[in-house]
Design a protein around this ligand. Sequence first.
Ligand code: PMP
Length: 456
Amino acid sequence: MPVATTAYPHRDLTKSNAQFQRAVQRLPLGVSSTFRYWGDDRTIYVHRGKGGRTWDIDGNGYVDYRLGYGPAILGYADDRVDAAARKGMEVGGVFALSTEKELTVADRISKMVPAAELVRFSNSGTEAVMAALRLARAYTGREEYLLVEGGYHGLFDAAMWMADMDHWSPGGNADPEVVPYGKGIPPTVKKLAHLVPMNDLQRLEDTFKTQGDRLAAMLIEPIQGNCCGISARRDYVQLARDLCDRYGVLLIIDEVKTGFRVGKGGIQGILGIRPDITTFAKAIANGYPISLVAGREDVMRTFRYGGASHGGTYTAHSVSLAAAEECLRILDETPALDTLAGYGERLKAGISEILTARGVTHSFSGHPSMFGIFFAAEPPDNYRAWKTSDYSFYDRMAHYLHDLGIIVEPDSREPWFMCEAHGLDDTCLTDTLRAVETAVDLTLQDQADGRLDAAE
Ligand code: PMP
């Protein structure tokens, strides 16, 4: 891509690119998650992370707003949590038996999230949501379930259905087609999954009227952590709650991204709406692998011999549990969440100032701790509306930001994540805003030159 101004710095990725060439011979796409592949000559290999920053193997430093898709709520390699994890290591790992700390951590979770009357641990978000859906099916004796367009709930087959926005035209009467996230997902699963657009109350009512008696669960992320932080209005989630009650459907609020991030009690605490089942993951242990499915006592007690199966060799690993205990203590007892949300507010204000000065229409969605940026006057209130926003501007700006030392998701659907360490280090803000200014100018230049839609 041509470079427009002399302010544009050169980022040396020689070592990362050489690593890619070696890695791709052993690892598909040279990575361990498809979304980590950013192109043959732009895939980053990390040397280390500390606080709100990451350094690649070429020595380039970045202010990091991906934070591993959210887990590093305090910042990378947090000394307090890592010290606890080291102690957890001394316990011995996993035993196929229980330890006392499971209850200690579960008690903390129930205190922070009242809907979490009973708690089961898992390892990843996928595992937790998979367990939640199984639990709902076991409890209700039904198989079908309702998803919200733009939501993401993990990598298991039942969750891998989405609204196909690439082939959908706004303005028409037709709904987007429901398609699998990729190959290998059996089409037979599709008949069990129903999708509704976020914030459309009438559609939700109608769907429950026709399908409600067959639904085991409705799954919702009230802030869509994989779709620009698009947010459910409170009345929408309240209606979902009411309809679930009326039709004997279990409401699952998926807080894998929002949990212990947007507030101590998650988005459900902010909305004041109590799910039957809820799932948490990322921020529980500042990046150590642990997740949980929790909920109403009578529902959760379906996890039993002869009931719904749940387990896993690595569940409640001593390292992750010890890290969770300390991370949740910090989030519960210190102003860490205010610090990072306050940083998010300052960052949004700074970005806004830069864009406004250049006459670029924009808006934000989500929560200050995880927000999406839109190049439209209003943020979309559902995935269909996202389609009408100018994401080519975002995509190009993100590309420049990487070269300028800021890591954000290349795809505009992933929000920017804040951590406590960002808020405690003012240089994160100044470095970011300086880079945003340059990236916006370069993108505007590309736009003026008609180069915005060109392939990277
Ligand atoms: N639910 C939500 C809301 C998520 O954001 C994610 C991951 N991005 C998952 C579930 C799956 O979590 P994991 O990647 O840990 O399996």
